[in-house]
Design a protein around this ligand. Structure first.
Ligand SMILES: CC(C)(COP(=O)(O)OP(=O)(O)OC[C@H]1O[C@@H](n2cnc3c(N)ncnc32)[C@H](O)[C@@H]1OP(=O)(O)O)[C@@H](O)C(=O)NCCC(=O)NCCS
Length: 179
C-alpha cells in the first residue's frame, strides 16, 4: 500500500519532492550551514547535489510505501523544509526533519512529525524511530512532544559530516511503537 504523495495538516502541505523544487530546496535549506549542522548528510555544495537527492527520493518512493516529503506553508505555498520516512523493512522506518532557519520556532517540525507518524501508521509501520545528536535539544524536544520515547544512547554511532571536524558521535535514539 502506498502513502499519499500529498497531505495537509492545519498549517502545512506535505508533498513528494520533484525536480522543479531543486533550486528552492538548495536556496532555502540544503546548502545552509546552520540548518545542516546536525544532519547526517553532507551540506549540498551545488544544486546538482540537491538534484541527486531527488533521484534518491524517487527511488525510495518507487521501492517503499513512502519516502521524503517537502514541508510547505499551506497559506502561502512557500517551501519551509523537509521530512519523510526512510524504510529499513516494511515494518520499521526512520524519520527526521530539517527546516529553513526562518521557519524555526513555530511548531512546524512538531506538526510535520505528527503527520509522519500518521503516514507511518497508515502503511503498517510498527516501529518509527529517529536519531539525534546528544546536544541537539530542539530536535529531541520535538520527538518528545510527539510521544517518542528515549530508548538510550547509541555510542559512537553516526557521522556528522557538517561538524568541523566531521565527527562520529554518540546519538540519542527515540522511538514510537505504533499499534
Ligand atoms: C530541529 C528543528 C527541526 C526544530 O524545528 P521547530 O519547528 O523549530 O520545532 P518546534 O517549534 O516544533 O519545537 C521545538 C521545541 O524545541 C524547543 N527548543 C528549541 N531550541 C531549544 C534549545 N536550544 N534547548 C531546549 N529546547 C529548545 C522549543 O522551545 C520547542 O519546544 P516547546 O514547544 O516545548 O517550546 C529545526 O530547528 C531545524 O530544522 N533544525 C535544523 C535541522 C535539524 O537539525 N534537524 C534535526 C536533525 S536530528
Amino acid at each position: 500500500m502506498k502513502a499519499s504523495e500529498r497531505l495537509e495538516t492545519a498549517r502545512l502541505v506535505l508533498r513528494r519532492p520533484a525536480v522543479k523544487d531543486v533550486k528552492t530546496m538548495f536556496a532555502r535549506y540544503s546548502s545552509d550551514p546552520d540548518v545542516t549542522r546536525f544532519l547526517g548528510w553532507p551540506r549540498h555544495q551545488s544544486p546538482a547535489d540537491t538534484r541527486k537527492f531527488i533521484r534518491f527520493s524517487d527511488a525510495e518512493w518507487h521501492h517503499w510505501p513512502a519516502g521524503p516529503y517537502l514541508v510547505c506553508s499551506r497559506e502561502t505555498g512557500a517551501l519551509l523544509g523537509s521530512t519523510g520516512l526512510s524504510f529499513e523493512t516494511p515494518y520499521r522506518a526512520v524519520t527526521g526533519y530539517a527546516l529553513a532557519k526562518d521557519s524555526w520556532g513555530h511548531g512546524y517540525a512538531t506538526e510535520a512529525l505528527q503527520a509522519m507518524v500518521e503516514v507511518a501508521r497508515s502503511v503498517g509501520v510498527r516501529r518509527l524511530y529517529a536519531l539525534c545528536h546528544t546536544e541537539h535539544c530542539a530536535s529531541w524536544r520535538v520527538l518528545e512532544k510527539c510521544g517518542f520515547i528515549r530508548e538510550g544512547i547509541l555510542r559512537c554511532h553516526s557521522e556528522f559530516p557538517n561538524l568541523a571536524p566531521s565527527e562520529i558521535c554518540d546519538v540519542l535514539c527515540y522511538a514510537k511503537v505504533l499499534p
